[in-house]
Design a protein around this ligand. Structure first.
Ligand code: PXP
Length: 241
């Protein structure tokens, strides 16, 4: 059985720091603590508006981290340049809208396909493992395969919202299960992320074939009460079950 990996997203450590324009809490310290306490990778999203993580964080973290850094980027020329220079081991291409509070949906793989193809090719040539953040639908999985990425990350936001609001989530869980199966059939490594809590992660583990979970907002929030080490350990235990 393959081991399920946990990617710890530390963007919101930077959100707290930036709220006061101070130099604390430190995303680097959070990354090192995550590494020490069993995270399999650390995720950061360098947004166009730099609302949380900035280039200085990226440089410092990539220099010190021994586990892989997973850099989330939009499909833009600016991000291609930054990724080419910083060479993160993992890259996840995500959609980005300036006014959104968070990444609201998966990538539109039909939009700007020529650049997307070129971007993926260049990032892979630069020795990064490349993933696409997509909705759980079969068309996107086929397109991801054609785009020749290593992995896909399934957007779990809708499922998590339904679970949080105690609504019926069975159809969405089924949609994700079908997408995971299709991804595995196509030989893509399948990941999951967005909005995950202890409860939704536990529900999602019923689906076999998800190799990596990327979790941030809830995990960092929960760390206020229980600490980062304990919160990471609890997620790892859930993913093992
Ligand atoms: N995966 C991807 C591709 C994301 O864009 C995000 C949010 O930045 C996450 C996972 C983590 O989502 P959350 O912070 O809601 O756990």
């Amino acid at each position: 059985m393959t081991r399920i990996r946990l990617g710890v997203n530390i963007d919101h450590v930077a959100t707290v720091r930036n709220a006061r324009g101070e130099n604390y809490p430190s995303p680097l310290r959070a990354a090192m603590l995550a590494e020490k306490n069993g995270a399999d990778s650390v995720t950061i999203h360098l947004r166009e508006d730099r609302r949380h993580i900035n280039e200085f964080d990226l440089k410092r973290i990539i220099k010190k981290l021994k586990i892989p850094l997973n850099l989330e980027i939009a499909a833009t020329k600016e991000m291609l340049k930054i990724a080419t220079i910083s060479k993160p081991p993992f890259i996840c291409i995500v959609p980005e809208k300036r006014k959104e509070i968070t990444t609201e949906g998966g990538l539109n793989l039909s939009h700007n396909q020529k650049f997307l193809k070129l971007l993926i090719k260049k990032l892979k040539k630069n020795n990064s493992r490349v993933s696409l953040f997509i909705e759980p639908n079969l068309k996107d999985l086929n397109q991801a395969k054609e785009l020749d990425v290593n992995c896909v990350e399934i957007h779990t936001g809708k499922l998590c919202n339904l679970i949080n609001k105690k609504n019926n989530y069975k159809n969405e869980l089924k949609r994700i299960r079908n997408a995971v199966n299709k991804g595995n059939e196509l030989g893509l490594e399948v990941h999951a992320g967005h909005g995950l809590t202890f409860t939704s992660a536990r529900i999602l583990t019923k689906i076999k074939g998800i190799h990596e979970y990327n979790i941030g907002h809830f995990l960092i929030g929960e760390s206020i009460f229980s600490g980062l080490p304990q919160t990471i350990r609890k997620f790892k235990k859930i993913l093992k079950s």
